[in-house]
Design a protein around this ligand. Structure first.
Ligand code: MG
Length: 205
């Protein structure tokens, strides 16, 4: 299996009067996360992990904070681009393991909903996404939210095989040979080739 890993990290300070968005969810809390976009610290770390897994740069190189287009942007947009880069490189997600570090709010009560939301944004199953939350004990960072994300990705093998197959298929005969080979390898069907008559007997008068 051809696999790669990616790691992403992000942090945002809490700020009064800003809606709190984490993991694509709006959470009830007196403060939100300050940022040029919606400040979704989890989606930013996950985006960087995906981009990093295929060495495609980082979130800042695609969406510079100086660009007014991304002011208040839904961070799902950033994740979507990272998934496109992953697909373009010929890889797909195996799983993501994410750790949030924040004093409040408690993530436990919304953990399931958050995993489902992140899985949905990734086009993945909930079982492929893990979200853990810890408090910043001893760090004196109660007004900061941090997130670490690790992803494992694997090469999409089918694409490679189909590409190499299509490269050699130039005639109908070659296509039939490829189909026969596939049937023989998958179902154990012995190769059969109809014997063409040397001449059309109907033409004999
Ligand atoms: Mg960020």
């Amino acid at each position: 299996m051809d696999t790669r890993i990616g790691f992403g990290y992000d942090s945002h300070a809490f700020k009064a009067g800003v809606p709190l968005r984490i993991g694509g969810l709006s959470l009830e809390h007196p403060e939100g996360l300050a940022g040029h976009s919606d400040g979704d610290v989890l989606l930013h770390a996950l985006t960087d992990a995906l981009l990093g897994s295929v060495a495609a740069g980082d979130i800042g190189s695609f969406f510079p904070p100086s660009d007014p287009r991304w002011k208040g942007a839904d961070s799902g947009v950033f994740l979507k681009l990272a998934l496109e880069e992953l697909e373009h490189a010929g890889y797909r997600l195996v799983n993501a393991d994410i750790t949030l570090i924040l004093a409040a709010p408690k993530i436990g009560p919304v953990n399931g909903e958050m995993r489902a939301r992140v899985a949905d944004l990734l086009g993945a199953e909930m079982e492929q996404v893990s979200i853990k939350a810890k408090t910043p004990e001893g760090l004196n960072l109660d007004h900061v939210a941090q997130c670490h994300a690790v992803v494992l990705v694997e090469r999409v093998q089918e694409d490679d095989e189909l590409k190499s197959m299509s490269a050699v298929i130039e005639t109908q005969k070659q296509l039939e040979d490829v189909v026969d080979d596939l049937l023989a390898s998958v179902h154990g069907v012995p190769k059969k080739r109809p014997v063409s008559p040397l001449f059309d007997t109907d033409d004999i008068t």
